[in-house]
Design a protein. Structure first.
Length: 198
Protein backbone atom coordinates (compact mmCIF):
# COMPACT_ATOMS: atom_id res chain seq x y z
CA UNK A 1 0.00 0.00 0.00
CA UNK A 2 1.43 3.34 -1.05
CA UNK A 3 1.84 6.11 1.49
CA UNK A 4 1.54 8.77 -1.22
CA UNK A 5 -1.44 11.05 -0.65
CA UNK A 6 -3.22 12.10 -3.81
CA UNK A 7 -5.71 14.95 -3.68
CA UNK A 8 -8.96 15.05 -5.59
CA UNK A 9 -7.54 17.94 -7.60
CA UNK A 10 -4.62 15.80 -8.74
CA UNK A 11 -6.76 12.85 -9.77
CA UNK A 12 -9.73 14.61 -11.36
CA UNK A 13 -8.51 18.13 -12.01
CA UNK A 14 -11.26 19.34 -9.67
CA UNK A 15 -10.47 21.70 -6.79
CA UNK A 16 -10.71 20.14 -3.32
CA UNK A 17 -10.72 18.85 -0.63
CA UNK A 18 -13.08 21.46 0.86
CA UNK A 19 -16.81 21.55 0.16
CA UNK A 20 -18.68 24.03 -2.01
CA UNK A 21 -22.26 24.40 -0.76
CA UNK A 22 -24.37 26.05 -3.45
CA UNK A 23 -27.68 27.60 -2.44
CA UNK A 24 -30.12 27.99 -5.32
CA UNK A 25 -33.79 28.66 -5.80
CA UNK A 26 -36.34 31.06 -7.21
CA UNK A 27 -36.54 34.72 -6.29
CA UNK A 28 -38.51 35.16 -3.09
CA UNK A 29 -37.68 31.69 -1.75
CA UNK A 30 -35.86 33.21 1.24
CA UNK A 31 -32.32 32.19 0.32
CA UNK A 32 -30.74 35.34 1.76
CA UNK A 33 -32.71 35.05 5.01
CA UNK A 34 -31.63 31.44 5.60
CA UNK A 35 -28.05 32.25 4.59
CA UNK A 36 -28.00 35.17 7.05
CA UNK A 37 -29.16 32.87 9.87
CA UNK A 38 -26.60 30.19 8.96
CA UNK A 39 -23.81 32.77 8.72
CA UNK A 40 -24.64 34.10 12.18
CA UNK A 41 -24.54 30.56 13.60
CA UNK A 42 -21.10 30.00 12.02
CA UNK A 43 -19.54 33.32 13.00
CA UNK A 44 -16.91 31.65 15.24
CA UNK A 45 -16.13 28.82 12.80
CA UNK A 46 -13.33 29.90 10.48
CA UNK A 47 -13.60 26.65 8.52
CA UNK A 48 -16.92 27.83 7.04
CA UNK A 49 -16.75 30.76 4.63
CA UNK A 50 -19.60 32.87 3.25
CA UNK A 51 -18.02 34.94 0.45
CA UNK A 52 -19.63 38.22 -0.54
CA UNK A 53 -20.89 38.14 -4.11
CA UNK A 54 -19.81 40.81 -6.56
CA UNK A 55 -22.95 42.29 -8.16
CA UNK A 56 -23.72 45.16 -10.51
CA UNK A 57 -26.41 46.32 -8.06
CA UNK A 58 -26.31 48.26 -4.82
CA UNK A 59 -26.12 46.21 -1.64
CA UNK A 60 -29.23 46.16 0.54
CA UNK A 61 -30.66 44.85 3.79
CA UNK A 62 -31.38 41.61 1.91
CA UNK A 63 -27.82 41.10 0.68
CA UNK A 64 -24.47 42.61 1.62
CA UNK A 65 -22.91 42.21 -1.82
CA UNK A 66 -19.90 44.03 -3.21
CA UNK A 67 -21.54 46.59 -5.50
CA UNK A 68 -19.66 47.45 -8.69
CA UNK A 69 -20.47 49.19 -11.95
CA UNK A 70 -20.79 47.21 -15.17
CA UNK A 71 -17.41 48.56 -16.30
CA UNK A 72 -15.74 47.56 -13.03
CA UNK A 73 -17.26 44.10 -13.31
CA UNK A 74 -15.95 43.64 -16.87
CA UNK A 75 -12.47 44.80 -15.86
CA UNK A 76 -12.39 42.35 -12.95
CA UNK A 77 -13.64 39.58 -15.23
CA UNK A 78 -10.94 40.34 -17.80
CA UNK A 79 -8.36 40.35 -15.00
CA UNK A 80 -9.41 36.86 -13.86
CA UNK A 81 -10.68 37.95 -10.43
CA UNK A 82 -13.72 35.66 -10.36
CA UNK A 83 -14.11 31.95 -9.63
CA UNK A 84 -17.45 31.99 -11.48
CA UNK A 85 -19.76 34.62 -12.96
CA UNK A 86 -23.26 34.79 -14.46
CA UNK A 87 -25.98 37.17 -15.52
CA UNK A 88 -29.55 37.24 -14.26
CA UNK A 89 -32.39 39.76 -14.08
CA UNK A 90 -30.34 42.40 -15.86
CA UNK A 91 -27.39 42.24 -13.45
CA UNK A 92 -23.95 40.58 -13.45
CA UNK A 93 -22.96 38.38 -10.50
CA UNK A 94 -19.71 36.69 -9.48
CA UNK A 95 -17.95 34.85 -6.68
CA UNK A 96 -14.41 36.01 -5.92
CA UNK A 97 -11.46 33.85 -6.89
CA UNK A 98 -10.47 33.62 -3.20
CA UNK A 99 -12.89 30.73 -2.75
CA UNK A 100 -10.48 28.44 -4.59
CA UNK A 101 -7.86 28.93 -1.87
CA UNK A 102 -10.45 28.32 0.86
CA UNK A 103 -11.55 25.05 -0.75
CA UNK A 104 -7.95 23.94 -1.27
CA UNK A 105 -7.41 24.62 2.45
CA UNK A 106 -10.30 22.25 3.29
CA UNK A 107 -12.86 24.86 4.25
CA UNK A 108 -16.57 24.79 3.40
CA UNK A 109 -17.59 27.66 1.13
CA UNK A 110 -21.29 28.57 1.10
CA UNK A 111 -22.71 30.71 -1.71
CA UNK A 112 -25.96 31.73 -3.35
CA UNK A 113 -25.60 31.16 -7.10
CA UNK A 114 -27.70 30.89 -10.24
CA UNK A 115 -28.90 27.42 -11.19
CA UNK A 116 -27.32 28.03 -14.62
CA UNK A 117 -23.76 27.66 -13.24
CA UNK A 118 -24.21 24.47 -11.22
CA UNK A 119 -22.99 22.16 -13.99
CA UNK A 120 -19.77 24.13 -14.46
CA UNK A 121 -19.16 24.28 -10.70
CA UNK A 122 -19.70 20.52 -10.31
CA UNK A 123 -16.92 20.05 -12.86
CA UNK A 124 -14.58 22.65 -11.35
CA UNK A 125 -14.83 21.54 -7.70
CA UNK A 126 -14.46 18.03 -6.27
CA UNK A 127 -17.04 18.25 -3.48
CA UNK A 128 -20.19 20.19 -4.41
CA UNK A 129 -23.49 20.06 -2.51
CA UNK A 130 -26.49 21.82 -4.05
CA UNK A 131 -29.23 23.02 -1.71
CA UNK A 132 -32.43 24.16 -3.41
CA UNK A 133 -34.55 26.52 -1.33
CA UNK A 134 -38.08 26.97 -2.59
CA UNK A 135 -41.58 27.96 -1.48
CA UNK A 136 -45.12 27.71 -2.85
CA UNK A 137 -45.86 30.14 -5.73
CA UNK A 138 -48.20 32.30 -3.64
CA UNK A 139 -45.51 32.69 -0.96
CA UNK A 140 -42.92 33.62 -3.58
CA UNK A 141 -45.26 36.26 -5.03
CA UNK A 142 -45.95 37.77 -1.59
CA UNK A 143 -42.26 37.94 -0.71
CA UNK A 144 -41.27 39.52 -4.02
CA UNK A 145 -44.04 42.11 -3.73
CA UNK A 146 -43.01 42.93 -0.16
CA UNK A 147 -39.36 43.29 -1.16
CA UNK A 148 -40.24 45.77 -3.94
CA UNK A 149 -36.70 45.89 -5.34
CA UNK A 150 -37.48 47.57 -8.67
CA UNK A 151 -34.02 46.92 -10.09
CA UNK A 152 -34.89 43.22 -10.18
CA UNK A 153 -37.46 43.60 -12.95
CA UNK A 154 -40.95 42.23 -13.44
CA UNK A 155 -42.28 40.00 -10.63
CA UNK A 156 -44.36 37.84 -13.00
CA UNK A 157 -41.30 37.17 -15.16
CA UNK A 158 -39.27 36.19 -12.11
CA UNK A 159 -41.97 33.81 -10.93
CA UNK A 160 -42.16 32.01 -14.28
CA UNK A 161 -38.39 31.76 -14.77
CA UNK A 162 -37.29 28.14 -15.02
CA UNK A 163 -33.91 26.63 -15.80
CA UNK A 164 -34.28 23.17 -17.32
CA UNK A 165 -30.82 21.74 -16.77
CA UNK A 166 -30.28 18.12 -15.69
CA UNK A 167 -27.04 19.06 -13.90
CA UNK A 168 -28.94 21.55 -11.75
CA UNK A 169 -30.59 18.79 -9.72
CA UNK A 170 -30.35 19.55 -6.02
CA UNK A 171 -28.85 17.21 -3.45
CA UNK A 172 -31.13 18.67 -0.76
CA UNK A 173 -34.38 20.64 -1.08
CA UNK A 174 -35.72 22.89 1.67
CA UNK A 175 -39.36 23.99 1.34
CA UNK A 176 -39.10 27.35 3.10
CA UNK A 177 -42.75 27.91 3.97
CA UNK A 178 -42.56 27.73 7.78
CA UNK A 179 -40.32 29.22 10.44
CA UNK A 180 -37.15 30.84 9.07
CA UNK A 181 -35.31 29.67 12.21
CA UNK A 182 -36.33 26.05 11.61
CA UNK A 183 -35.33 26.12 7.95
CA UNK A 184 -32.15 27.99 8.82
CA UNK A 185 -31.21 25.07 11.09
CA UNK A 186 -31.87 22.65 8.20
CA UNK A 187 -29.47 24.64 6.00
CA UNK A 188 -26.92 24.79 8.81
CA UNK A 189 -26.94 21.00 9.16
CA UNK A 190 -26.18 20.65 5.44
CA UNK A 191 -23.37 23.21 5.69
CA UNK A 192 -21.89 21.30 8.62
CA UNK A 193 -22.24 18.03 6.69
CA UNK A 194 -24.69 16.62 9.22
CA UNK A 195 -27.56 15.88 6.87
CA UNK A 196 -30.67 18.01 7.21
CA UNK A 197 -33.50 16.16 8.96
CA UNK A 198 -34.11 17.03 12.60
Amino acid sequence: MSETVTTAEETTGAIGPGRLVLVVGPSGAGKDTLLRLARAACIENHDIVFPRRVVTRESSADEDNIAVSSDEFRRALDHGDFAVHWEAHGHCYALPLDIDADIRAGRAVVANVSRTVIGALRQKYANVVVVAITAPPEVLAQRLAARARHSDGNIAERLTRNVDDASAQADVTILNAGSAEYHGRQLLRVIRNQGWHE
